[in-house]
Design a protein around this ligand. Sequence first.
Ligand code: 26Q
Length: 823
Amino acid sequence: IWSLMQTYQGIDQKSIQRSIVNHVEYTLAMTRFNFSDFGCYQATAFSLRDRLLESWNDTNQYFTTHNVKRVYYLSLEFLLGRLMQNTLNNINMEKNYREALMDIGYDLERLYDEEVDPALGNGGLGRLAACFLDSLATLEVPAWGYGIRYDYGIFKQVIRDGYQCEIPDFWLSGGNPWEIERPEVIYPIRFYGYTEKYEEDGVERAQWKGGEIVMAKAYDTPVPGYNTFNCNNLRLWKSLPAREFDFQSFNKGDYLSSVESKQRAEYITSVLYPNDNSEEGKELRLKQQYFFCSATVRDVIRRFKKNNSDWKDFPNKAALQLNDTHPAIAAVEFLRILIDEEKLDWGEAWKILHSSFSYTNHTVLPEALETWSVGLINHLLPRHMELIYLINHFFMDEVAKKYPGDYQRMQEMSLIAEGDDKKVRMANLCILCSHKVNGVAELHTKLIQETIFKRFHEYFPNKIENKTNGVTPRRWIHCANPKLSALITEALDDSEWIGELERVEYLENFAEDEEFIQKWIDIKKQNKEKLAAKIEEVVGVKIPINALYDVQIKRIHEYKRQLMNILYVIHRYLTIKDMSPADREKVVPRVVIIGGKAAPGYHNAKAIIKLVNGVGDIVNNDKDIGDTLKVIFYPNYCVSAAQTLIPASELSQHISTAGMEASGTSNMKFVMNGCLIIGTMDGANVEISEEVGEENMFIFGARVEEVNDLRNRLFSGEHKPIDRRLQRVFDSILSGTFGDVSIIYPIIHNLMEGKDYYLVTEDFDSYVKAQNKVDDTYRDQKKWNMMSILGVSRSAKFSSDRTIEEYCESIWKVDRVPIPTPN
Ligand code: 26Q
């Protein structure tokens, strides 16, 4: 049989074409003489999947025979973005495929646009997981991602009459050529039921019984590394009914209710919760969490048992990383299996759990810290609730011993928040179950150590540490900005920087090189032209190319202060309108672009979207100001939109209230693409300023140490009067200049009253000053571009390769395992 198999796909033009045409005919059942761009995209994707499966199989076989330690990254979100371009580049086949397709009359770049953007995530946390997968594979670390195969990803945003509308994103409608369904990898998952106590060899034991069973089926997506034969895996679970039909109700003649129970099972993995940085305590969400955690833990254990027989070895073979508290229940499920099914004693089980799990915190916002009501957990997962109480009982005993009589401290550290509706604090649970906990930027880590996790930091002084986020230069420079990538390769005289970003440091030598600067400017201009064409197509507004492109793209949230941005834009508009035509000539023209989704139930965020659109309508049609200012709300911001927007940006805004943005990751992508930052001293901006130099950024606003005082002063009415420019902006909004007042009124009214939690009025003046400095600097194009080049040359720290190396070294204790290249 082996001799019948053609072992590896050829890389020559004919082999590539043969493979594509075969898929057209036999996989898609289309005719080889006539297939659409979409058909060609699908066939090309299938042909790439064939190649990935070869290295996927070799990789996993090698890992299994060598019984290596693996990393498991558990996340409710993976915001992958399109896969074709990234795959081709990672396996170094873009050129071959481009030429092979060209030869049969297809343009590869056009095919890229045929791919739907898989969007199984909300924002930063989900996109970070995707960058980590790319770096793990590139660094040849044996690692699997585990998550949910949602039928509906984050909603598609359309703007109607200035309002956000949410359209369901059924991303699978055209099929998904990247995944492999695994009907044989399937686990039963229990919900509800009861626990039964029994005695065995003099030991009291428990067993979870009854309730209902739902099946979890695996779907795998290969994750190729850059410039390596290693290929990792992303395994996503889909829910299915345990039996095709519920035969009991079927026999009773209740056909409809039997179908209903089938649908209830499928419902679990149907939709991604569209909340970002805010919790939603719905039973279905907890079901999703447990469903995927249980299937994952079972799968990990099964893989461990294939090669190992001693449980004590588990921590040397598996490291499980919890991406925020969302998969926290995995820890309890693991404990349950060790104790109730594997019959380990508590001490052993706890030690194994604690040495293999670790947890990343992504937020200090109180509204985003997960808690689940004890009643709900008890109903859905009765045995897990008992175990959580046991964990807490042992822990509280220890705390009481160390701090006798300190009830306040015990209450703070307890897994249970007491009250009328008792809640389980998932972060406390994660900290306790993990050997390491990490924040995502230096400032954020310091804040969790000193505020929300202060007591835990005192108790476990070596547990909480920093791992500053990073992003993959493969997607965010090489794929998103191919022209810039080519220029860097030309300047460095080789392309190794794509896998070793430290090498871009050498660009510093070109920061004042006129010829190089001119090329740099040309590339930005071409990217701006591409974006302008896209904006004309989707928004219907023509934007000038010579203007400064000023971009803020991220989820809409009050702490991110898109409101402050648009208030400044109004101020800028009113100022230009006051000018004489001669003075207007001297204004640096700007195109302000704002994009992002609001959680469907987040009214203030939606009001801000409406205001931005209202301002755009007026400003973009005002003949007086002409091309000096344009305001664009870019609809349906997503990964593929980011890949067009970021390379075309010259200034990007990262202006959160200090202390509230854990890290931010788009700030890193912008720097890597030669964009300057206007921002506050928050999240990773602080470290970016350390690397690129504060003189190469536009930093403004209150520092984190000042925030509490300033806020207290505002709320006590002790604040200074509203800035007169800002008052004028408020007046113009409230007089209806930018459309309907009623939606935005309460927000503006609060600001005027000093109810300004996010310090918009407080930071406005220093924001205006920073913006003036932006204009002055942009007038000096040589200086601007020097700052831009220096930014790129000093961005190496923010590669997710560096981040992943740090996780491997101090949290996971795993080694690189390059698999031998086939000949
Ligand atoms: C929780 C419970 C129920 C439903 C939804 C949620 C939920 C979902 C998503 C809570 C939070 C999130 C997402 C958080 C997030 O994206 N945080 C961001 O993480 C990035 C990566 O570390 C950071 O760069 C950002 O600063 C941080 O905001």
